[in-house]
Each structure stands twice: as structure tokens, then as C-alpha cells.
Design a protein around this ligand. Sequence first.
Ligand code: ZN
Length: 258
Amino acid sequence: MRRVVVAFALALPGAAVATVAAAPAAHADGCYTWKRDLYQGRSGDDVHQLQIRVAGWAGRRDIVEIDGRYGPKTAAAVRRFQAAYGLRADGIAGSQTYARLYALQDNDCTPEHFSYGELDDGCGRSGYRGGPVSATKTKENALRAMWKLEALRRDLGDRPLRVTSGYRSTSCNRQVGGASNSQHRYGTAADLAAPAGRSLCDVARDARDHGFSGIYGPGYPDHDDHVHVDSRRENTDDGLPNTTSWSAPDCGIGAGAD
Ligand code: ZN
């Protein structure tokens, strides 16, 4: 229905200027604009862009591959995104889904509640340089992490979810005593504080539903004061097996068991 109205407005520019200006114009988005509906079977860069933004709505212990192909997992993630934001959950990305994504994303493509600056706290902001992969790749990893964090934040009740450590350069990681092969060095990881009214275990448990293949929290050594989440399964640069690794024993989350 919305698309019909927009098309009509564009057909009568003189009469419809006020209407177009008053609406939150999807086509005025500063980051990325989708130009067609997307559903199972479609492929392309528009699918790739969509996958980045819905990857946080992967099912438990699953991930949405960012491969530009709209398969069943992408459709399921779109359905969960739609349900989480009160839209008709049909698994088809159309005007309503895009309008919600446009409302959520900033002009630099980060989601509303997270920023490149926040994820690059390291040891003083580095501009995503000084890690094992290029700054461009590191920033891309951080962007993907932020969209998963936005989904987790939504699931936790839309309360501020603070990142206490994101990307760390190799030297910074050494300085803070991080594991030598830490995901923080790739930009895929974030350490989280508990939001108001929620526990660290709430964060760790909910993170299982949002595409995070690495989760460490209370009960795991050195993780009693934060929850670490990362996307190690998708990280093909780290030389590690692309598997899920979760441990927060005090929250009932065993190593790889839940
Ligand atoms: Zn961490």
C-alpha cells in the first residue's frame, strides 16, 4: 500500500511535494537504498547488504552467511527481524522492512545504537589499523558485529548496551593481556556490560540467538565482569576452526554444549 502511494506521489510531483517531504523518505537514506523486493531465490549486492543487517536474527547456534544469496536462513532471519519490530513476518524484504532498516541505520551504515568510535576504543582510537587484517576489513567486521549487537540490544529490552572493549590492535591487545589470537584483533568481538535491570547471564543467554559464535561470560576465567561476544565462525582470517565456542558456566552455558 505504501509503495502505491509513493508511486502516485512521484507521478504528480507538483501536487505531492508536501506529502513526499513530510514522509520519512526511504530513497533519501544516506547509507544504502534498496531498489527491489527481496525474497528466497534472489541474489546480489542488495541481498548482501540486507544480510549484514539481519544477521543478528539468526536462529540459536546458527549464523546467516553474508554471501549475497537469499536462502532459507536469510528468509528466517528477515522473519525474526520483522516480528521483533512488529511488522508482518513474511520473510520478504519489501517497503516496510526497508523503512524499518532505514530508521535503524545511520548515514555511515552503523545501526542506531552503536558507532565505529565506540567499537574502536582499544587503547585509544586507532582507526581500525594495526591488526592482522586491513583496516577496511576490520571495519567491515566491526559493522557486522554492530548489527548483531543491535539485535541483541532489542532482545534485551532496548536498554543501553555498553561496549567496554571492541577492536584492539595487536599491540593494544598485548598491552591489555588479551589472548594472542583474540577475536578483538579482527574487529569481530565486543565485551559487554549488563544493561540496567538485566544480568550478565541475561546477556550471555540472549546472545546465543543473535549470530554470535563466540560467547564467554560469568564462570569462564576472567569473564565475571563482562560478556564477550564474537563471530569467530565467520572469521576466515584467524586460522582457527570455524566453529561455535560458548562458555559461561555460571549461566548454565557449557563449552559448546548449549
Ligand atoms: Zn573479549
